[in-house]
Design a protein around this ligand. Structure first.
Ligand code: IPE
Ligand code: IPE
Ligand code: MG
Length: 227
């Protein structure tokens, strides 16, 4: 069977809190495990030939969660720095953080900037991880519209895509945690994405589970409106 090319993957990493509950642990433990899972899944995706992966870490709407939960997630981002940059260096991949980063604590922004700089040399390698923090697709779209208005230039479908923070058409979106919705994730870029939903909670989602999603994707008939 002819294989579908898989270049661009979106990952909606949902179910951290519920996973922790199943382990009789506090919600925060779910995020602790989740960020480790994210790091190994990014590596796995690159090993499988994926060029761009966008990981949905925190939505615009998530930013109104309790401060204790958000602070814990920010601490985890600082803690994972070395491990993350080492993995990305091994894979020769660059990172781009997207979202309303201005609302994040300065120390977190500085660490993101440091990671981006450290991996900047891999920009032309064809492997990029986008990480959405305080990211919302509607916000991304509205910002791009306002930029276009300010420039006075009309947009085309493809120039508009290029002007988005994550300027890639998604081939496949994987959402863990059992919900079948996009929750403000890459609305423009998902026009013809294949949607894969797993009932597994994110912390327990493994490389083998990702392979299952990739196999499923391979067997899709992507018609793009044609017959
Ligand atoms: C996804 O897990 C990660 C974030 C949104 C930060 P949740 O925190 O949403 O976990 P559940 O869905 O409540 O189990
Ligand atoms: C989606 O998860 C956002 C991320 C995974 C970052 P949510 O837990 O916020 O989504 P809803 O509230 O179930 O739609
Ligand atoms: Mg959730």
């Amino acid at each position: 069977m002819k294989e579908n090319v898989l270049r661009n993957v979106g990952l909606i990493m949902d179910g951290n809190g519920r996973w922790a509950q199943t382990q009789n642990k506090p919600r925060l433990e779910g995020h602790t495990q989740g960020i480790i899972t994210m790091t190994s899944l990014i590596a796995h995706a690159f090993d499988k030939g994926v060029e761009n992966i966008m990981c949905y870490g925190l939505s615009t709407e998530n930013m109104s969660r309790p401060t204790t939960e958000l602070s814990h997630i920010f601490d985890l981002m600082l803690d994972i720095y070395e491990k993350f940059v080492t993995m990305m260096t091994e894979k020769q991949a660059s990172v781009v953080y997207v979202g309303n980063l201005d609302v994040l604590p300065g120390i977190v922004r500085a660490s993101m900037q440091k990671a981006q700089n450290a991996l900047n040399k891999f920009k032309g390698s064809g492997r990029t991880a986008y990480i959405g923090i305080a990211y919302g697709s509607r916000n991304e779209i509205v910002n791009a519209i306002n930029t276009a208005i300010d420039s006075g230039e009309r947009v085309t479908e493809s120039s508009f895509l290029s002007s988005l923070d994550v300027p890639i058409d998604l081939d496949l979106i994987i959402r863990t945690g059992g919900e079948r919705r996009l929750s403000n994730f890459m609305l423009y870029q998902s026009s013809y994405a294949e949607l894969y939903f797993s009932d597994k909670f994110f912390p327990e989602f493994t490389g083998d589970d990702m392979d299952e999603a990739f196999d499923w994707y391979n067997n899709r008939k992507r018609r793009f409106g044609k017959i």
